[in-house]
Design a protein around this ligand. Structure first.
Ligand code: ADP
Length: 455
């Protein structure tokens, strides 16, 4: 039952109880009507026998019976007998064996080979003739057959009724639970698109589900507001920090330009400068991400030769990598054209290559590959560095996540890959990572060639 939907459970429950209720009521109804029919057959029989007495007269010792005596009313056969039991007049039903001894005012039930009969006799004194018996006979089987036919009809109609009730119950439950489906779909969409601006929007209603949906929408409203405030806060802080960091950098440069400072002071100022540069980079990543969250980050796409641009970035990174004894290799198909934002594309590539260099060993390599299909550009940045553990792999795209903090210096904030992911997604593409600890990592991305007008 656990695996069943609420709709199915309610429908089954509803149908089960409806069937039970119908069966019980039909059973009661049939047993009552069965008794009622038999009682009315018996009273008809008595009445007809009594009426039969009025049709008989005696004239000078012989009987004069009215022709009405022979008429069959309500399926009752009347016959007339002398005091010693000899048949005098009347009709008997076909198949009735007439073996019962005559009685007075007693209703007998007999079972013959052709069915079951009610027999009712009445003895009376006829003026001018003497004692007589009137016998009334009627078939019980015929009455019971009519009940049986009705029962059979009910047995055919009942399953149809169950099916009809089931369908009706299902439709009703589906309609009632429709708002619950809307709520689920809204939550799923919010999760998928990470879009808190969506609402269930069922409108006003008095039932519990409408109230739930309204409460849910109010909660979303509050969540959206508080997330919005948080985004705004990050954006404001990053903005405010930009100026002091720029001032620190220019002041460091100015001090470093002076010749009279001691070598020790020069080293100290260089360290301050390096840290300020790391901070400036982190602030720039934060600003981009908070603008992206607020939907304010625009892309300036243009058709570019990605082969050339990638080659250029690789060469630049090669110079930095050489200092660490790492090689940056390129296998790039010529003349790959796509519509991208140049500065964002460079930022994405620089991040992936510099990670490949940072998380590597002397003598290692980073390989950038790029090919194209008719519709998309397929690229990869691979290294034979330290690799990423399977537990860390799904988390590397999270903000401020660093898999191995002890191995990274302060220039690594853990924001790089979040930014890379946003850039690729904003271009309508996708990116994924594969890695094996101790062997290396591979980042594969796909970008559509055409300009995506929605972004
Ligand atoms: P960071 O600024 O720390 O490099 P990223 O978002 O770029 O932040 O990367 C997140 C984490 O993913 C890194 O701290 C690192 O542990 C791991 N990582 C990223 N790229 C690689 C790579 N090529 N090889 C091994 N680990 C990597």
């Amino acid at each position: 039952m656990k695996k069943w939907s609420l709709k199915a459970k309610l429908t089954v429950l509803y149908t089960f109880f409806m069937t039970l209720l119908t069966c019980v009521s039909l059973a009661i109804l049939f047993s009552l009507s069965n008794q009622e029919i038999l009682t009315s057959v018996q009273s008809d029989l008595r009445e007809q026998v009594h009426k039969g007495m009025d049709e008989i007269e005696a004239e000078e010792g012989s009987l004069d019976v009215d022709s009405d005596f022979m008429d069959l009313e309500k399926g009752i056969y009347l016959s007339l007998y002398s005091e010693d039991g000899a048949f005098l007049y009347g009709r008997l039903p076909y198949g009735y064996e007439n073996r019962e001894t005559l009685s007075d005012g007693i209703l007998q039930t007999t079972q013959g080979s052709s069915g079951k009969w009610y027999v009712y006799d009445l003895k009376y004194w006829l003026e001018g003739y003497g004692n007589l018996y009137i016998r009334g006979v009627t078939s019980v089987t015929a009455a019971e057959n009519s009940i049986r036919i009705t029962l059979r009809m009910a047995l055919i109609i009942l399953p149809l009724l169950v099916v009809f009730t089931g369908i009706l119950g299902y439709r009703f439950t589906r309609r009632t639970l429709m708002p619950v489906r809307r709520i689920t779909e809204t939550v799923q969409r919010i999760r998928r698109d990470e879009d808190l601006s969506r609402r269930v929007g069922l409108g006003k209603g008095n039932d519990e589900i409408y109230q739930l949906s309204e409460t849910f929408d109010q909660m979303l409203e509050q969540l959206e507001e508080s997330f919005g405030r948080e985004k705004q806060f990050t954006s404001d802080v990053s903005h405010e920090l930009r100026t002091p960091v720029t001032v620190i950098l220019t002041q460091c440069d100015a001090i470093l330009d002076q010749e009279e400072i001691s070598p020790q002071q020069r080293t100290q100022i260089r360290l301050i400068r390096k840290k300020a540069q790391d901070m400036a980079q982190m602030i720039s990543h934060l600003l981009l991400l908070s603008r992206a969250d607020q939907g304010r980050q625009q892309l300036a796409k243009e058709r570019l030769d990605l082969s050339e641009l990638t080659e250029m970035v690789v060469q630049e990174q090669q110079l930095l990598a050489e200092k660490k004894g790492i090689q940056v290799l390129a296998e790039i198909e010529p003349q790959i054209y796509a519509s991208v934002d140049e500065s964002f594309y460079i930022r994405m590539l620089v991040n992936l290559i510099s990670n490949g260099i940072s998380y590597n060993r002397p003598g290692g390599w980073v390989r950038v590959r790029m090919t194209q299909t008719e519709t998309e550009v397929q690229g990869s940045v691979e290294d034979n560095g330290i690799g990423i553990s399977p537990e860390a792999l799904p988390r590397i795209w999270e903000r401020f996540y660093r898999a191995d903090v002890s191995r990274t210096d302060s220039s690594h904030s853990g924001l790089g890959l979040s930014m890379v992911k946003w850039i690729v997604n904003a271009h309508g593409g996708s990116i994924r990572a594969e890695s094996s600890v101790g062997k290396g990592s591979r980042f594969l991305f796909v970008l559509p060639k055409e300009k995506n007008e929605n972004l």
